[in-house]
Design a protein around this ligand. Structure first.
Ligand SMILES: Nc1ncnc2c1ncn2[C@@H]1O[C@H](COP(=O)(O)OP(=O)(O)O)[C@@H](O)[C@H]1O
Ligand SMILES: [Mg+2]
Length: 323
């Protein structure tokens, strides 16, 4: 049976094409396109500069690097950067995500098994359970872990030494990270949406890895419809590549990119049908309120006038009724 994913019908739309969250078949593809070193990471000059300094300093001291909090909207490169930090430091990279850590034992096991100076990456850090957060604090601060052995009156607290490590937390919701946790990060970096120019470079880089030819205008077209988000740029590129191979000559130029994106119903602002409907509704609601508000004011005015001039006034205002 042909699965939806292998469906050759290009019109098939498994999820929203312009969603910044990863969709199921993004993962293997993203792995291939993910920059491995800081100099391959495009844009985000301020973030890169901060990291370059911290990495260099940690390396020259031979110490674990400061803990890093990366925050910003999905698809901008948080996971990629966490990976790059480990690569640049030349240490082990261990990724996990807060929703996967349910009980203290989950986190204790990870922390006690860490390698020297490694990077521990916890994604969606704002979803870490409060008890686990507390467990983390002493590990982050002085590389110690308090564990309780036994129960009731015979319970004893043991303090375990933890190998120095670099903690990298990522979140799309910085406001939901508790103040005590936030204060444990030496480096706090916000990722910004990318400029169309940065996204063009990302599209060209990805095209080269995928072995598809793209010209300047074609790359700019994809970049400008990607909502400032590399994940979306890479996804659109992949779909435009399919179109170019099936309907075009295999090369992505401006007409091919435009035709493909039109077929995919992604407009020049990167809006799809869902966005357009939402926008229409939002504008509709505003117009309605505007109308209702003016109407209410008008009715009040009418009552005032009626009271002053009597019932007969109404006839004169009838033509304004539909305002
Ligand atoms: N600065 C960048 N340069 C090149 N590619 C990038 C960049 N940032 C992100 N990407 C691409 O976008 C994809 C999504 O990035 P990711 O790090 O998973 O985002 P996040 O973790 O913030 O949701 C990655 O697979 C990578 O290919
Ligand atoms: Mg991520």
């Amino acid at each position: 049976m042909a699965t939806a994913k292998n469906n050759p019908n290009l019109n098939y739309n498994p999820d929203r094409l312009v969603s910044a969250a990863p969709v199921e078949d993004d993962s293997s593809f993203e792995l291939k396109l993910r920059p491995q070193r800081l100099n391959e990471f495009i844009g985000q000059a301020k973030v890169k500069e901060n990291l370059a300094v911290a990495i260099e300093a940690a390396r020259s001291r031979g110490e674990a690097m400061d803990h890093v909090l990366l925050y910003g909207p999905p698809g901008l490169g948080k996971t990629t950067l966490a990976n790059i930090i480990a690569n640049e430091l030349g240490v082990h990279f261990q990724p996990t995500a807060a929703p996967l850590l349910q009980i203290k034992g989950d986190l204790t096991a990870i922390i006690t098994n860490m390698q020297d100076k490694q990077v521990l990456f916890i994604d969606e850090i704002h979803r870490l359970q409060p008890v686990l957060e507390e467990l983390l604090y002493s590990a982050l601060e002085d590389y110690k872990l308090d564990i309780i052995i036994g129960q009731g009156p015979s319970a004893r607290t043991h303090t375990l030494e933890v190998k120095p490590f670099t903690f990298v937390g990522a979140t799309t919701r910085a406001g939901l990270v508790s103040a005590p946790l936030r204060s444990r990060f030496g480096i706090v970096l916000r990722l910004e949406f990318y400029t169309p120019e940065d996204l063009r470079v990302i599209v060209e880089r990805s095209a080269e890895i995928l072995g598809v030819e793209v010209d300047d205008a074609g790359a700019i077209e994809i970049a400008s419809r990607s909502r400032g988000t590399p994940r979306i740029a890479n996804r659109l590129l992949r779909r435009v590549r399919d179109y170019a191979q099936v309907r075009g000559a295999g090369k992505i130029d401006l007409p091919t990119a435009q035709a493909a994106l039109q077929m995919l119903e992604v407009d020049k602002y990167g809006f799809d049908e869902v966005d357009r409907r939402l926008l229409r509704d939002a504008i509709g609601v505003r117009l309605f309120w505007h109308y209702a508000e003016s109407k209410a004011k008008f009715v009040v005015l009418e009552r005032v006038l009626e009271r002053s001039f009597g019932e007969g006034y109404e006839a004169n205002t009838a033509t304004h009724r539909d305002y």
